[in-house]
Design a binder for this molecule. Structure first.
Ligand code: ZN
Length: 510
């Protein structure tokens, strides 16, 4: 490589490193806001975040970055597509062009709106009072629309927002995927409803000591491969994971005495996210490549560990004896197979994050539709609860009793985030698509899991997914890892087989 090129690359990497530091400092402040900050800190924190993110935006979108990118694109035109150099330049260019289209004032306004709306959303949710939150959601809709306008789009405003989080995806593609899923899920849900008694999950509500649950969950995720020398777990209202660099990737969880799934599966889910970040190559640290390929691909890692591993029979064959030792009273008279069945009960429910694997994507479909309609002015904010409840009834078959269990349940609409929800469904599909290939590459995976051995699985993910960070788009990553772009077929086959067996429905076809 010419000295000239490495000079420019070094200059670019220096700027990107400082931008990354500012962004990570903002993430630390956000983590603190969700875990330990007293209520009085809200206003000050909003200002701090706005300042940090404005500085990072100004630094990243400066003329220096543009000039260095121009030069490096010429000089690295023959570098391999998947090399760190070419990838840093390619992904930085994509981010740079998008960021340049967003005026700094808009960026600061987005950050401020999020911090101010968060506590209002929390109060509105607690009080089941959508009207309290409505003006803040209206502001967020307006800001989402301004982002879409600033970025530009060919077909629908949502295209600008989805491409921003899931590069390469369009509203049209997603509409087709959701239609395919709906066609497969609806008959499955109906079949399960006919045999609802086949699975009993009453054991999950027998009362589990909360402190013990938190420490048990932490022990499990440690054994899956979450590295606590470079991580920690705390409690928050809405569980999340956040990474400040390879040496510090944290998770949060929440715990309920009366519902077992919340803490353990929440922790496994977040550790799946965290192991992704912990597995990213050190060479791409402090660059835009040090992150998930997309929120959807990030979600594939959490879902893979939570559902395809954590809700499998081999997993419980391994962990059930220790769980029973930790909670002898509530687990009296329940064997591992019964417990496996309990944690997999499919049952229409109101809360997305508690939804079972079968109905989950219907929750996402609802949000995908409402966000599109809000953005295009086909739905007014004040009518959101009514639209939510009507659609929920038609998709999931339940009457929503209040806004806490309806339109106010997700933290996402308390900040400017349209276009993120489809990532959850993409995550489910990607997890099954990867697992199909993993099973081909590691034929004795189930036997390993049953012995509590997760190193080969984690190693496969590190090699094929984690280390690359954002180097590839979701479809590029899937092509390289599985030989195919995104497809719903493996996920549909997976839920049909698993839930067909659980509910005695072997004959279910769409
Ligand atoms: Zn997640």
């Amino acid at each position: 490589m010419a000295g000239n090129t490495s000079d420019k690359l070094q200059q670019l990497r220096q700027i990107l490193a400082e931008v990354t530091d500012l962004n990570r400092a903002a993430l630390v402040l956000e983590w603190d806001q969700e875990t330990y900050m007293p209520p009085g800190g809200v206003q000050g924190r909003a200002e701090q975040l706005a300042t940090l993110l404005r500085l990072s935006h100004v630094m990243f979108t400066g003329a220096d970055v543009g000039r260095l990118l121009d030069g490096l694109e010429d000089e690295l035109s023959s570098a391999p597509f998947d090399s760190d150099e070419a990838s840093i330049v390619r992904v930085t260019r994509r981010d740079y062009d998008q960021a340049r289209k967003l005026p700094p004032d808009l960026v600061a306004e987005i950050a401020r709106a999020g911090s101010v709306a968060r506590p209002v959303w929390e109060k509105a949710r607690r009080d089941e009072d959508f009207n309290l939150f409505a003006p803040y959601l209206a502001k967020n809709v307006e800001l989402n629309r301004r982002i879409a306008d600033a970025l530009g789009y060919r077909d629908r405003p949502y295209d600008a927002l989805i491409d921003r989080s899931e590069p390469g995806m369009t509203t049209k593609q997603l509409t087709a995927i959701f239609a395919e899923l709906k066609e497969a899920i609806v008959p499955l849900v109906a079949g399960i409803a006919r045999n609802a008694d086949a699975v009993d999950d009453s054991v999950l509500y027998r009362g589990f000591d909360p402190d013990l649950q938190v420490s048990y969950a932490l022990d499990v995720v440690k054994r899956l491969g979450y590295d606590l020398e470079r991580g920690r777990q705390d409690i928050s209202t809405h569980p999340f994971s956040t990474g400040f660099g390879p040496g510090d990737v944290r998770i949060t969880t929440r715990v309920s005495r009366d519902f077992f799934n919340e803490c353990l599966f929440g922790s496994i889910h977040e550790s799946g996210h965290a192991m992704y970040n912990q597995g990213m190559s050190a060479e791409i640290d402090r660059t835009p490549l040090w992150d998930g390929a997309s929120p959807g691909v990030h979600e594939s890692q959490s879902r893979l560990w939570e559902n395809l591993v954590g809700r499998s029979l081999p997993f419980w064959r391994h962990f059930y004896p220790s769980l029973r030792k930790a909670f002898p009273e509530p687990l009296t008279g329940v064997d591992e197979e019964a417990f496996y069945r309990a944690v997999n009960r499919s049952h229409p429910s109101f809360i997305r994050v508690e939804a079972d694997e079968v109905t989950y994507n219907l929750h996402v479909l609802l949000r995908f539709e409402l966000e599109n309609e809000l953005l295009e002015g086909k739905l007014e904010v004040k009518d959101v609860p009514e639209a939510w409840n009507a659609r929920f009834k038609s998709y999931v078959g339940l009457d929503v009793p209040n806004d806490r269990e309806g339109a106010l349940q997700d933290i996402h609409w308390s900040f400017v985030s349209f276009g993120i929800f489809p990532g959850y469904t993409i995550g489910n599909l990607v997890s099954a698509q990867l697992m199909e290939k993993i099973r081909a590459d590691i034929p004795d995976l189930d036997a390993q899991v049953e012995k509590g051995q997760f190193a080969a699985l984690l190693g496969w993910l590190r090699k094929n997914v984690h280390r690359h960070g954002r180097k590839f788009t979701p479809d590029e990553l899937l092509e390289r890892a599985t030989g195919k772009p995104l497809t719903a077929a493996p996920w549909i086959a997976y839920v049909r087989k698993k839930f067909g067996a659980l509910y005695g429905l072997q004959a279910v076809r769409s």
